[in-house]
Design a protein around this ligand. Sequence first.
Ligand SMILES: Cc1cc2nc3c(=O)[nH]c(=O)nc-3n(C[C@H](O)[C@H](O)[C@H](O)COP(=O)(O)O)c2cc1C
Length: 210
Amino acid sequence: MTAIEQTKWLTSGDFTQADDPLRLFGDWLDAATRTEPADPNAMALATVDADGLPNVRMMLLKGYDQRGFVFYTSTESQKGRELSTQPKAALTFHWKSLTRQVRVRGLVEPVDPAEADAYFATRPRLAQISAWASRQSAPLESRLAFEKAVAFYGTRYAISAVPRPPYWTGYRVVPLSIEFWHDRPFRLHDRVEFRRSRPDEPWLKTRLYP
Ligand SMILES: Cc1cc2nc3c(=O)[nH]c(=O)nc-3n(C[C@H](O)[C@H](O)[C@H](O)COP(=O)(O)O)c2cc1C
């Protein structure tokens, strides 16, 4: 049995019986961590701009718990600006090795500054410097200009810890719906949605036609 077949077998219990969506998400992410060749925490993040035009890009999930799903970025990036006017988002995880998808929709809030500081401190030094050097999503005149900015901030913080830039932080997607989809033969897929109208309400579970 290959590692992928083994993980599928070990985790093939009937997920439609689950009643805690964050716990089920954790089980699926753990399984994907054993089977995906790279970045099991990669997800598509969708936002909308001020005109309601959707925007989507890949991101890395950096934390999750019963409060929601956390990612880190620049508040001055395109997505940061979109989230400041429309603090709502959708996420999609797709694990090809497990033929599974999870979709999340919810409200977005910034994480506590202390939480962002703690996460920033765990990043490799060069990634910290690049957060200072990159004006994410702004026009860049040349690669050289970027490399000069990296050199500038590398010198500035040569003998001290690199502080978190004021415009770099985490966002938490507080879920209002979480949908689990698992491929079954002949397109008879299993699909279960957990939904609530407010974050302080209990989850309602519904099985959906695939
Ligand atoms: C697999 C993958 C993971 C990524 N993770 C992040 C991330 O965690 N944070 C981030 O700011 N950009 C990340 N990016 C880059 C974003 O997709 C995007 O290019 C960038 O954030 C600018 O997006 P925006 O202009 O819509 O704000 C990632 C890209 C890929 C392909």
